[in-house]
Write a protein that binds this ligand. Structure first.
Ligand code: SF4
Length: 464
């Protein structure tokens, strides 16, 4: 798990300055996703669907204990072994025990953000297991040893040229290979991986409490292969991922696909109802579900932050966010980036570790408009900002500057004095060499240049 969230301001400035292709790739991909999402919402009464989805998720969260018990009983009736992990260490212990007990040597992974949160890949590698990411985007960033930069499109920060070069170096494909040829090269290697794996690791989009059904949505078919070909399937599931009834899926499947990629439905929807039965030829011998808390209970107990747990990880808020589009996800320094990352990460790993993230927003509200479960992200951003101030986590300079700003904006004499003083500063004074506190600001931007005359003076003289 990366946790460099406190470096967000510097890291985002560095990405903008040193990696301009990231902005280009991410902006192009997110604008495309967002346009498709808007068109897909326009086909249905999306407002009504969103209100329904919000109400269902609220009901689950308000009755979480009941639905978790119901889900556990239904899963076990289907022959699934259920485990409970209070934190990342507990989840790792469960996975490690299964790996040792079942003699796992090779694992295939279907894209799961929770496994990133829990550091499952390093764990498996430390146990001598060969791990293969099977989502194409995840596979690409695994080759590059990078974390995902987007919940749905983990490699959207890369452009086609970079992927061509990578595949040329690794697999000898031509430097001008078409995207189809690149996908075919990856598919050939991944196929062998599916056949050789003992363990398939997945997440779950939803678990239906009523029936104990694991629900996975995808477009590549790799999730279905990862969960059905190896003899062992382990699903890592956040405790908030429940739906009460099977009938709820009719809205959630379509709404999630529309929000994520603008599709009416994901290309593949897997409904997993336990391991292979004696009369079946396909499927794993064992299915294990690990329900993971890892900070979610404390978010649920937080009167002001609990609504973040409605999230279905569709990434629509990332695609709609003008701030995320500038840098992509790596600058956020934690698994979850963009608007949802800015409000979820402080709840999961502490505001003291993530305090700049709630400021990574213009508060334009586009994230709320896009969100299929109506999470009030702008309100939550303000809540975390307010807490950062209350807890004294903002820099001393910022607190002093804001006190001075408040004085200047409420006392005309102080305003006049401050604007005169600023204009009297030598030109270089606002440069990073003279005022070090402005270094992070001016690093990626032009230096500040005060006007020689104040607005008030210009106004009194008459502005055209
Ligand atoms: S906050 Fe809403 S829009 Fe963002 S990932 Fe979660 S469900 Fe999707």
């Amino acid at each position: 798990m990366r946790l460099r969230a406190n470096e967000y301001p510097k890291e985002s400035a560095r990405v903008i300055r040193e990696e301009p292709h990231v902005r280009e790739s991410v902006t192009g991909a997110t604008l495309n996703f967002d346009a498709k999402r808007r068109a897909a919402y326009a086909e249905v009464d999306s407002e009504q669907w969103r209100h329904f989805a919000e109400a269902v998720k609220n009901h689950v969260l308000m009755n979480l204990e009941h639905y978790l018990e119901q889900a556990e009983a239904a899963l076990e009736r289907s022959g699934v072994r259920v485990h409970w992990a209070e934190d990342a260490e507990a989840a790792q212990r469960i996975v490690a025990a299964l790996v040792r007990e079942k003699g796992v040597k090779r694992a295939v992974k279907a894209k799961t953000m929770l496994s990133e949160e829990l550091d499952i890949n390093p764990l498996l590698e430390s146990l001598g297991v060969k791990v293969l990411e099977t989502d194409l985007g995840e596979y690409i960033i695994q080759l590059l040893e990078q974390p995902p930069s987007h919940i749905v499109g983990p490699a959207i920060h890369l452009n086609l040229e970079q992927i061509r070069r990578l595949f040329h170096e690794r697999f000898g494909t031509p430097l001008d290979a078409a995207p189809d040829a690149l996908a075919a090269a990856a598919r050939k290697l991944l196929r062998q991986g599916f056949l050789e794996a003992d363990l398939g690791i997945s997440g779950a989009n939803f678990v239906v409490a009523e029936t104990g059904t694991l629900v996975l949505i995808e477009n590549e078919g790799n999730i279905r292969l990862s969960t059905s070909t190896p003899r062992l399937h382990v699903a890592l599931v956040g405790i908030e991922k429940l739906l009460p009834r099977f009938s709820d899926l009719s809205v959630f499947l379509s709404l999630t696909a529309r929000a994520a990629t603008g599709q009416r439905l994901g290309t593949y929807v897997s409904l997993i109802q336990g391991p292979r039965r004696p009369d079946e030829t396909d499927g794993p011998e064992e299915v294990h579900v690990v329900f993971v808390d890892n900070g979610r209970s404390s978010v649920l107990a937080d009167d002001e932050a609990w609504e973040t747990l409605r999230c279905v990880r569709c990434a629509a808020c990332l695609n709609a966010c003008p701030v995320y589009r500038q840098t992509g996800g790596h600058a956020y320094g934690y698994v979850y980036s963009g608007p949802i990352g800015a409000v979820l990460s402080p709840g999961l790993v502490g505001l003291e570790n993530t305090k700049p993230l709630p400021y990574a927003s213009s508060l334009c509200g586009a994230c709320f408009q896009a969100c299929p479960v109506r999470i009030p992200i702008p309100k939550l951003l303000l809540t975390w900002r307010h807490r950062a101030v209350e807890e004294g986590l903002t820099p001393r300079f910022e607190r002093t500057a804001l006190k001075g700003y408040a004085l200047a904006m409420t006392q005309p004499w102080a305003y006049r004095l401050a604007s005169k003083a600023l204009r009297l500063l030598p030109k270089k004074a606002l440069d990073n060499t003279v005022v070090p506190v402005l270094k992070a600001w001016v690093e990626g931007r032009a230096g500040l240049q005060p006007s020689p005359r104040s607005f008030r003076e210009l106004w009194e003289e008459g502005i055209d």
